[in-house]
Design a protein around this ligand. Structure first.
Ligand code: ARG
Length: 416
């Protein structure tokens, strides 16, 4: 390999990517580290310094928090994206953004490749690789962990041998990834799906047993499907998500135990903490319940599932997302209003929703005074609605006795 070929490495400051700097250098690469801040609250100056100390020729730290929320999380919230009914996709949504930023640094530095620290068994490698192919098909992707065949102990030994400081976080029995939309935890005792997650797995959410004895209420305001206020106070996306992670976490809301299907065919068990995501998805759904026409709501559910699968499977930068997003955007025009949630010892419940353009109309729904619904018209509607069933019963027959047996048994009959 020719000297001075530049490669941009997604650098977390952890053991894998620290060892990767050295390993890539030994292959002749000029390594440029990029650390993207997605809100994981770590000491980024220390990470940047560590990159240089470990052998990177330059170390970037970029703030990805706003683009993460506005370009990746918000559209997914509007779509109602939850993978396999459980996972709000925090890690999966962060990867395409990091890949896009790697590509931008590569262009700025004239690099010919990017690198990431993903293993060959997970979804994240797919997300990095496919996003890179979509944005910059000319760039090579190198995944050292997929190639070097070292286990954790080998890596620690390699680090000691090469004078690479072993980060304190590699003492944790778990593998974690976090950003503003959630925290993912796997490995250690969690690999036994019969074992209840021990308390030390959780960092953002309180044990429900230690939560306040009084419920907490929070009101979220939306405009066209996007959250714009909390308890009547208008705020920006970063503040909204940060506040809801704290409010939800204080009530123990947002713990998820998911036995999931990875793209590459393995089933794995992952624990998630995602208080803000859980609350926002729940509130957004409640507002759609009161504003979307029935047929749109039903079809949108399928779109949301497809969206989640697409994100999970690494197809963020794809024609499918463009097409799905056109549909999702169209549905959000009237998803404006407020939702009130009640949080109590690990659970959250929608207890109020209202919208200036709600399709819920009291005059139609009420059983009380002011009923505008024409009950007599129901008879004619049902006559035609049931016409097909009537015809089938008359022509082809349907004998209830045959499939149901005698349901009445020795019923008691009384006559005067
Ligand atoms: N299973 C999740 C996904 O594929 C999270 C992956 C990262 N998890 C971790 N603990 N490092 O999106």
């Amino acid at each position: 390999m020719t000297e001075n070929r530049k490669i941009v490495l997604a650098y977390s400051g952890g053991l894998d990517t620290s060892v990767a700097i050295r390993w890539l250098k030994d292959l002749g690469w000029d390594v440029i580290a990029l650390t993207v801040d997605l809100g994981e609250k770590k000491d980024l100056d220390a990470v940047q310094a560590r990159a240089l100390k470990t052998g990177a020729s330059a170390a970037y730290v970029a703030d990805g928090r706003h683009p993460f929320l506005e370009l990746f999380v918000w559209p997914s919230l509007q779509a109602g994206a939850v993978y396999e009914k459980e996972y709000p996709l925090a890690t999966a949504l962060g990867r395409p953004l990091i890949a896009a930023m790697l590509v931008q640094v590569a262009r700025r530095e004239g690099a010919t490749a990017i690198a990431h620290g993903c293993t060959g068994k997970g979804n994240d490698q797919v997300r990095f690789d496919v996003a890179t192919v979509a944005l910059a098909p000319d760039l090579e992707v190198v995944a050292p962990v997929r190639e070097w065949g070292m286990n954790r102990d080998d890596e620690i030994e390699y680090a000691h041998k090469h004078g690479i400081e072993v980060p304190a976080t590699s003492q944790s029995p778990y593998s974690t990834d976090e950003n503003l939309w959630g925290r993912s935890i796997e490995a250690g005792v969690l690999e036994d799906p019969w074992t209840e997650p021990p308390g030390d797995v959780y960092a953002w959410t309180k044990d429900p047993r230690r939560c306040p004895d009084e419920p907490a209420y929070v009101e979220i305001g939306f405009k066209q499907g996007l959250p714009v206020s909390i308890d009547g106070r208008a705020t920006d996306p970063l503040e909204i998500v940060t506040a809801l992670n704290r409010i939800g976490g204080d009530s123990g809301v947002g713990r998820i135990d998911h036995l999931e299907n990875r793209l590459i065919g393995i089933k794995s068990r992952e624990i998630y903490e995602a208080p803000a995501a859980v609350l926002l998805l729940q509130a957004h759904q409640a507002l759609e319940d009161i504003t979307l026409p029935k047929e749109v709501a039903r079809f949108k559910e399928l779109v949301g599932q497809q969206w989640a699968q697409m994100v999970y499977d690494g197809l963020w930068f794809s024609p499918l997302r463009d097409a799905l997003y056109a549909f999702v955007t169209e549905t959000q025009a009237h998803v404006t209003g407020d939702v009130r949630l009640k949080l109590f010892k690990g659970s959250s419940t929608v207890v109020g929703r209202k919208s200036p353009s709600q399709l819920y109309q009291l005059s139609l729904a009420t059983y009380g005074r002011g009923d505008a619904f024409d009950q007599k018209a129901a008879a004619g509607f049902i006559k035609l609605w049931g016409l097909g069933v009537r015809t089938a019963a008359q022509v082809q027959g349907r004998l209830p006795e045959r499939e149901l047996g005698n349901l009445l048994g020795d019923v008691k009959r009384l006559a005067p």
